[in-house]
Design a protein. Structure first.
Length: 137
């Protein structure tokens, strides 16, 4: 199993909306960055992802699981980009803010710190555990 982080602007797609769709899940569409898209191509069914509210909040809110691997994104008219489908697993008891991550020596190597505009990125297993602990799970 691999671990990932997926960013979403809450005004576009929020954690609450993700939870509301339930077990059918939702396609993570609209990704138009090649590096983020390539990261999604590597995702496997069952992989876990942090759900991150970007822009104003900059918080890890919860965990989602990949339900369906990379497939066509119907919002992409060029047919160059795809998406994965994810389902909500659980919220974090305590949200983990970007500032917490930036101020933790164990996490400063993450793409979230080094490539702040990247919307889909890998998280190593050690960092996953650290963030889960910070999040109270």
């Amino acid at each position: 199993m691999e671990y990932w982080l997926m960013k979403s602007e809450p005004s576009t797609w929020s954690w609450e909306q993700q939870v509301k769709v339930g077990s059918k899940g939702e396609g993570w569409d609209g990704v138009r960055n090649y590096q983020a898209s390539n990261n999604m191509k590597k995702m496997k069914k069952g992989d876990l992802c942090f759900f991150y509210h970007s822009v104003k909040e900059r918080d890890i809110i919860g965990i989602v699981k990949v339900k369906k691997e990379y497939h066509p994104d119907p919002t992409d008219k060029s047919e160059r980009f795809g998406m994965v489908t994810v389902v909500a697993v659980k919220p974090l008891k305590n949200t983990v803010n970007l500032d917490q991550i930036k101020n933790d020596e164990r996490l400063i190597h993450l793409a979230l710190v080094k490539q702040s505009r990247l919307s889909v990125m890998p998280i190593d297993a050690k960092s996953w555990k650290i963030i889960c602990n910070l999040g109270g799970i």
